[in-house]
Design a protein around this ligand. Structure first.
Ligand SMILES: [Zn+2]
Ligand SMILES: [Zn+2]
Ligand SMILES: [Zn+2]
Length: 254
């Protein structure tokens, strides 16, 4: 299968540098320590699919040179994963049609509330995003010829989705991964995991916990993402076991 992945953002909800912070990582000159909010671009058969539309969506699209957007797949409805949705309007304009989105019912309920003006069907003379909404549950679904397998993840008190497509799995927000979900992760080439920081957090995984998950799942390569400013790129990556890396903005994987 011909898949190309670009990491559009590898940071946690507040991004790195974090506003007002003068810590070593926030002041770092290593470009890998500058992290926009979490998202990836998947290129498959000339189609561009993004997972999530972060508050940095516009900057991410411009930086990655994305000229066309064919679909959006949502992990969940938290602000750091949805707030850039309004910026799909130029794609509607250039492509002349709605953008298909694939979203769970609970995540769509949030999107519908936050972006009420998109769904109110009012006559207006200005442009709002035009979307073709596809509700998903935990059954596999097809996006333009690429099959997505939802991977249920425990994210604090919520259950949200990561996704497996081909031999890649993208799991961004998890405090626990249920056994039944681990069973869906055999034979991976690439696994993305949440690794917020070292200290425990009620809704996110840690570097140490995600090393353990990688040991169990045994993908060929693991990339950590959704990282905060406690995790400096160079020093943290040097401390990781073989086959485990930190993702960074702009990272491309074939
Ligand atoms: Zn900082
Ligand atoms: Zn979240
Ligand atoms: Zn998040």
């Amino acid at each position: 299968m011909d898949l190309k992945i670009t990491v559009l953002g590898s940071g946690t909800s507040s991004g790195v540098p974090t506003i007002g912070c003068t810590c070593e990582v926030c002041r770092s000159t290593d470009p890998r320590d500058t992290r926009l909010r979490p998202s990836i671009l998947i290129r498959h058969l000339d189609h561009n699919i993004v997972i999530d539309t972060t508050p940095d969506f516009r900057a991410q699209v411009l930086r990655a040179g994305i000229r066309r957007l064919d679909a959006i797949v949502y992990t969940h409805g938290h602000a750091d994963h949805i707030l850039g949705l309004d910026d799909v309007r130029p794609f509607n304009y250039h492509q002349g049609g709605p953008i298909p989105i694939y979203v769970s019912r609970p995540a769509f309920a949030i999107i519908e509330r936050v972006f009420e003006y998109v769904f109110d069907n009012r006559e207006r003379k200005t442009h709002v995003p035009r979307l073709d909404v596809n509700l998903i549950d935990d059954a596999p679904f097809d996006v333009l010829g690429l099959q997505f397998q939802p991977i249920p993840l425990t994210h604090g008190k919520d259950t949200i989705f990561g996704f497996r497509f081909g031999n890649v799995a993208y799991l961004t927000d998890h405090s626990e991964i249920p056994e039944s979900s681990l069973d869906r992760l055999h034979g991976l080439d690439v696994l993305f995991l949440d690794a917020l920081r070292h200290r425990p957090h009620p809704t996110h995984s840690t570097v140490e916990a995600s090393i353990e998950i990688a040991r169990r799942v045994q993908p060929k390569r693991t990339y950590f993402t959704h990282m905060c400013h406690d995790v400096g790129h160079a020093a943290t990556e040097a401390s990781l076991p073989p086959g485990i890396f930190l993702a960074y903005d702009g990272l491309e994987i074939e």
